[in-house]
Design a protein around this ligand. Structure first.
Ligand code: SF4
Length: 324
């Protein structure tokens, strides 16, 4: 891998779920959950992926993690194509890419002591680590995420939501990954705790040169941590650029609408709210032309006939809209 090779490259990724029915269980329809998504993530970089519930962002995360197989497209991890690797072939690569889930309570085994939960990934890789070295590593990880060593023998239910997410982060860090897929990691937490967890993730990124794919439904949440942000709508990436360009000069009408709902303390800087009208179409039956045409205030004839491609509309700024 050269210095310039991204940690993660996703090309034209698609995940379609067949909907079957009838006596013969034949395919009756398809859910186009992810439909031709491309992006890359550099070393030490955070790519935020945002969009409303059902836009396919979490499916993108699951496909990258190989928890589900893509319908088409490719995933390269540190330059290696992992798209078609089997579970066994993926094993050595899994340690390079870890996950933090949304619900720390559901994602931690309630019957295990937290010491064992954090140590578990170490046991999955036979690194010749002695029992005491493993214990030491767990204590070190507890320190890194701001948990006290006295808590090692407790169970997850004895921790607050924020502490449980710290445990999830410690577990994700155990194998020294280079990339972490964080799927709505702070959505279940109070706002004040969200900021603490995001700051912790940023500190860890600086210390370990980690790369993050940070998935959230809220632009305000990804704003602080992301270097670049991708906006998804109905399975497609509709805008992708660096954070400052996105917030200062959004190019897609959907991003404009999302930004209008981000709280801004200074009333003079508040954007004129563009209320989205119309329903979100079903990913089983997306509209012809631009998928956003049922809600877009600027839609014109062409928008109902041709699907806009994601293209560079300004240096380093990609958007999928006919009007740009
Ligand atoms: Fe709106 Fe047309 Fe642009 Fe789609 S292509 S976002 S419908 S203006």
């Amino acid at each position: 891998m050269s210095a310039a090779t991204p940690i993660l490259e996703v090309s034209d990724l698609a995940k379609h779920f067949p909907v079957t029915g009838g006596i013969l269980g034949r395919e009756q329809a398809r859910v186009y959950a992810v439909d031709g998504v491309s992006f890359s993530v550099g070393a030490g970089e955070t790519l935020g992926i945002v969009g409303e519930s059902g836009c396919g962002k979490s499916t993108v995360g699951k496909v990258i993690l190989k928890l589900i197989e893509p319908t088409s497209g490719s995933i390269r991890l540190k330059g290696k194509d992992i798209t078609k690797l089997s579970r066994r072939q993926m094993h050595p690569h899994r340690r390079e890419m870890q996950v933090i889930f949304q619900d720390p309570y559901a994602s931690l085994n309630q019957r295990m002591r937290v010491r064992d939960i954090v140590a578990e990934p170490l046991g999955n890789y036979d690194d010749g680590m002695s029992r005491s070295a493993r214990e030491e590593r767990v204590v070190e990880l507890f320190n890194k995420v701001g948990l006290r060593r006295e808590a090692l023998h407790r169970y997850p239910y004895e921790f607050s939501g924020g502490q449980r997410q710290r445990l999830g982060i410690a577990r994700a860090l155990a194998l020294n990954p280079e990339l972490i897929i964080a799927d709505e990691p702070v959505s279940a937490l109070d706002v004040s705790v969200q900021a603490q967890v995001i700051n912790l993730m940023m500190d860890l990124q600086a210390e370990y040169h980690l790369s993050y794919v940070f998935i959230a439904h809220d632009l305000a949440v990804v704003q602080h941590i992301s270097h670049r942000i991708g906006v998804m709508y109905l399975g497609k990436m509709v805008e992708l650029t660096d954070k400052d360009s996105l917030f200062r000069n959004p190019q897609h009408p959907y991003t404009e609408a999302l930004l209008a709902s981000v709280p801004v303390p200074d009333p003079r800087k508040r954007r004129k709210r563009k209320v989205l009208t119309g329903d979100v179409p079903s990913p089983m039956n997306p509209p012809r032309g631009c998928y956003f045409n049922t809600r877009c205030p600027y839609a014109e004839k062409r928008c109902f006939e041709e699907t806009p491609a994601l293209r560079e509309v300004a240096p380093g700024h990609m958007a999928a809209c006919h009007l740009r």
